[in-house]
Write a protein that binds this ligand. Sequence first.
Ligand code: ZN
Length: 269
Amino acid sequence: MGILESIKSDIKKSGQSKRDFIYFREGEKRRIRFLTEFEDAEEVTFHGNWEKGISVPCQELFGRDCEYCGDDSLKDSANYAWCVWDYEDNCVKIFMFKVNNCSPVPQLTSMYENYGTITDRDYVIVVSGKQMNRSFTVIPQDKAVMRNKKAKPFSHSRFLEKLDKAFPDDNDNNYDDEDDGPKHRKSKHSKRYEADDDVDTDDEYEDEDEDEEQRYEDMSAKELYKLCKERDIDVEPKKLKKFYINQLEEADESDEDWGDDDDDEDDDW
Ligand SMILES: [Zn+2]
């Protein structure tokens, strides 16, 4: 399969699910807020071969056997992923990059070393140049508290779900259906992916907006503690999960009373 064909089919299959990942176009400027601390990045090994049009996360991440592991024709690369708030699209996205010359990660590393955190301020990411000459500039903004209640990182399991959906393993049936003609295989696959997208994506969206308590339950005590800190709730470390959830829920209620900074609720004053 040629690159164009392969990319087009990827877009068709997973255009919907890739919206959870943040992409930068040339010349673009985007303001984001990191919701995951630098050292809590998700590390994802990708198996890839540009000519074959393969770029797929190691399937072992999802608890499946990985047919790509140990395949000499593929190159492994480490990607790091953080959750960010995308101010333009007004939603949580996954910011995932390799560490190389055209990646914002090296600059982000310096920011982290400088400030001791990457979550205490917004960053503007500026992209210039094309393809191999693409470069990123990471511009730190003034330190400011983020009060948007929807700006919460995905849990580990939710992250994996989104990753799996955005970068599906196309070849998972290749060895089984060698007798099938290519046409047959193609239609079978595209049908399956369409069905997946229809069912899952809608559900997820409802979950994210409505099921706030469930989202706290998904998080670890450490994540909850950090969330408290981000929201300026005065808590001590190493408490039980339940304790942090109570604190956050109380804060959610009082937030509702006086409204978010970013909302249009100023009339209530
Ligand atoms: Zn693998």
